[in-house]
Design a protein around this ligand. Structure first.
Ligand SMILES: Cc1cc2nc3c(=O)[nH]c(=O)nc-3n(C[C@H](O)[C@H](O)[C@H](O)COP(=O)(O)OP(=O)(O)OC[C@H]3O[C@@H](n4cnc5c(N)ncnc54)[C@H](O)[C@@H]3O)c2cc1C
Length: 376
């Protein structure tokens, strides 16, 4: 990976600065560089994912490989997923085998490796990669000035005509411009990562329960991720969380048979992450009148993030990143059209999500499910 060094006290000029080198930011930077735009990609490289595995549905290989190059190959480190299983809407466990799927392979990713490779692909494609944290930004005339700090403490400024926020759910840059997020739910993921592989025949598996749903995914490196998804206010106080997670886990019918966890007496770390559906709402007034800002846009989770039930976050982020870049390359009217496309994408996603939730009607009076039925 070719990395640029942030020079202390120096201002370096670009056409576009993309802040956040997750899959969406890397896709955006790769496409911009391909289109001839002098692009900086800034990533804090802080391994945002406490869990190492995520899956990509059938049909993702061609999109990923066309935007970022051949990252998904059978040589690894990712593994091909042969199907998924779910107990959802009934007590039965239904396996969906991908063998009959006409689309290309599905994958279980090593997320840390995937993100590093995506940044590397953007930098090989011509984007200037800085390992640094963007700390603040200001508009000066028709340009953005972004102050960044590298891990060794040097602090420099990157200047550009256009700013892209791809910092994930926190939408770090947009939030500092007054944009807020509209939240549709308060879903949280309580995740345990174990180095025990559990049942090797069980791929990504889902099971709904009274107060939410469970999933487990094998990791390409061995081991397993097991997660309980429920609403923030249904999770007890920090001291009781492990017990709550364990009790709910032991009440599952299938998940507990696929997963192999240490005994209750041994330590098991459970980390809680946001997993809500939320959409960035930009304050349009700030873009008009005397306080008019230079152009900026948000891509990936920074623009809209989804409940992980659909396993669409990565694909949508990569697509949004690449299309956002094309809109920047094509000019202001294309950016307006692109914003409309994103709004449509959000609508479609929500319709899909509501559909999934509407197919589970065994516990209509339980708080978690009652809330989802109200959205429908
Ligand atoms: C529990 C859970 C399970 C999921 N499972 C799946 C799944 O199986 N399949 C799927 O497709 N999706 C899944 N998702 C969704 C997926 O993780 C996200 O959609 C995806 O990571 C979004 O990519 P992104 O590039 O927009 O943001 P991120 O992956 O969050 O990347 C943001 C990047 O910005 C960098 N950054 C942040 N702030 C700064 C700053 N100030 N300066 C510099 N850099 C900064 C971070 O270091 C990071 O690299 C899941 C989500 C959750 C919560």
């Amino acid at each position: 990976m070719v990395q640029r060094i942030l020079e202390d006290g120096k201002l370096t000029e670009f056409d576009v600065v993309v802040v956040g080198g997750g899959p969406a930011g890397s896709a955006c930077a790769a496409e911009l560089a391909r289109g001839g735009c002098v692009t900086a990609l800034v990533d804090a490289d802080s391994s945002p994912h406490g869990w190492a595995g995520e899956s990509l549905p059938p049909g993702s290989t061609s999109l990923v490989n066309s935007v970022l190059g051949p990252l998904l190959t059978k040589e690894g480190p990712h593994t091909v997923a042969h199907g998924t299983g779910a107990s959802w809407g009934s007590d039965e466990f239904v396996i969906t085998d991908f063998i009959m799927n006409p689309l290309d392979d599905a994958w279980i990713l090593d997320r840390v490796a995937f993100d590093a490779d995506a940044r590397s692909a953007a930098s090989h494609g011509g984007a200037h990669l800085f390992v640094a944290r963007a700390q603040s930004h200001v508009a000066q005339g028709d340009r953005w000035h972004v102050t960044c700090r590298s891990p060794n403490g040097t602090r420099g400024q990157l200047s550009a005509r256009i700013l892209v926020d791809s910092t994930g759910r926190q939408s770090f840059m947009a939030a500092r411009m007054g944009a807020r997020r509209r939240k549709f739910d308060r879903l949280m993921a309580m995740i345990a990562v174990s180095d025990r592989p559990g049942d090797s025949r069980a791929g990504t598996s889902i099971e709904s329960c009274r107060s939410g749903w469970w999933y487990t995914t094998p990791l390409p490196s061995g081991g397993r991720v097991t997660a309980f998804l429920t609403d923030a206010d249904l999770i007890p106080d920090h001291r009781e969380r492990r017990e709550f997670w364990r009790n709910s886990y032991e009440a599952t019918t299938y998940i507990r048979n696929f997963v192999s966890l240490p005994d209750r007496s041994e330590s098991l770390e459970i980390h809680t992450y946001r997993a809500d559906t939320s959409v960035l709402v930009a304050d349009e007034n700030r873009n008009q009148g005397p306080t008019r800002l230079p152009p900026w846009l948000a891509v990936g989770d920074a623009a809209a993030s989804w409940d992980p039930l659909s396993s669409q976050g990565l694909m949508t982020g990569i697509l949004m990143g690449a299309k956002g870049a094309r809109a920047i390359l094509d000019g202001p009217s294309a950016v307006v059209r692109w914003r409309e496309d994103v709004a449509l994408l959000v609508e479609e996603h929500q319709a899909l999500q509501n559909h999934y939730y509407s197919t589970e009607d065994r516990w209509p009076n339980e708080e978690f499910w009652r809330r989802r039925r109200q959205i429908v």
